[in-house]
Ligand binder design. Structure first.
Ligand SMILES: [Zn+2]
Length: 277
């Protein structure tokens, strides 16, 4: 289950990883807190800059803008394999934690019982950022769901197995730099990267289609891929420490050839593979 502020956040942060989970038969649910009507409203704002703006675009109401964004989200979710999309339809730019939203998140967590929750890294909490507030509410929702009591709430206590944060503002791949804060899990999305491109291409009204989707994936997922030793990767930072029965060494670490990996992870050319139409 993902919990993000805005419609496209789920796709840009972890769409490839979700596609792999969907392919593996896992149930994928996206909870999106806002309607997305005012965030990246490029289609409408750019039209106003033209010499002769098209009144069918500049005259769109908030409801029409939201409906258009929801259509983009529905199509993107279907490409990725997200089985259920829940939208709370809050305003895009909430500035503070709301107890009511925390309750609604706790209710969805109790209903969905996800093994894993993915959300944005909380960043700097003194700086107004709806992604930070979304994560603060999601974490509070997890806390609230964990204290549910069947006697009182009609729901039993729910405890998530692991939380993965995305968009940690650090890409450095070793644990000795910058106080040790780093992404500590990478998911190789190379096999499904075309679906991430296609899903981002659906967000036409944000200007994400075409050049931007390819640029973001080449640069961001390409850079995470460089750290991970694969063509394209998504990066995560775990909330909880993990318990194993022996020291874990990943299959990727066992198979990687350090001498040639920089050649191997540079072989794909996104713009050639998925040309603009
Ligand atoms: Zn966002």
């Amino acid at each position: 289950m993902t919990i993000y502020a805005h419609p496209a956040d789920t796709i840009t942060n972890c769409g490839g990883t979700l596609a792999r989970h969907a392919d593996a038969g896992d149930e994928v649910v996206a909870l999106i807190l806002t309607h997305g009507g005012r965030i990246h409203a490029n289609k409408y704002a750019e039209e106003w800059r033209r010499d002769n703006p098209d009144p069918s675009i500049t005259g769109a109401s908030l409801d029409e803008i939201i409906e258009n964004k929801k259509g983009e989200l529905r199509r993107a979710a279907s490409i990725i394999g997200i089985g259920e999309v829940i939208t709370f339809d809050l305003d895009d730019n909430f500035a503070a934690v709301s107890e009511d939203v925390v309750d609604r998140i706790a209710f969805e967590l109790a209903r969905q019982q996800p093994d894993v929750v993915i959300m944005d890294y909380p960043l700097n909490q003194s700086w107004n950022n709806p992604h930070t507030v979304a994560t603060m509410m999601a974490m509070a929702g997890l806390g609230r769901a964990s204290q549910a009591l069947l006697n009182l709430d009609g729901a039993a206590d729910f405890h998530v197995k692991q939380v993965f944060f995305t968009s940690l503002p650090i890409v450095i791949g070793d644990s000795l730099s910058l106080g040790g804060q780093r992404n500590d899990v990478y998911v190789d999305i190379t096999d499904v990267v075309g679906r991430k491109v296609a899903a981002m291409d659906e967000f036409v009204s944000q200007g994400y289609a075409g050049l931007f989707s390819r640029k973001l994936i080449e640069s961001n997922n390409g850079e995470h891929g460089r750290i991970a030793g694969v063509n394209f990767a998504e990066a995560f930072c775990r909330l909880n420490a993990e318990t194993h029965t022996t020291l874990p060494v990943t299959k990727a670490a066992m198979e990687q050839d350090v001498l040639t990996r920089h050649v191997a992870y540079s072989e794909l050319n996104l713009r050639q593979m998925f040309p603009l139409t």
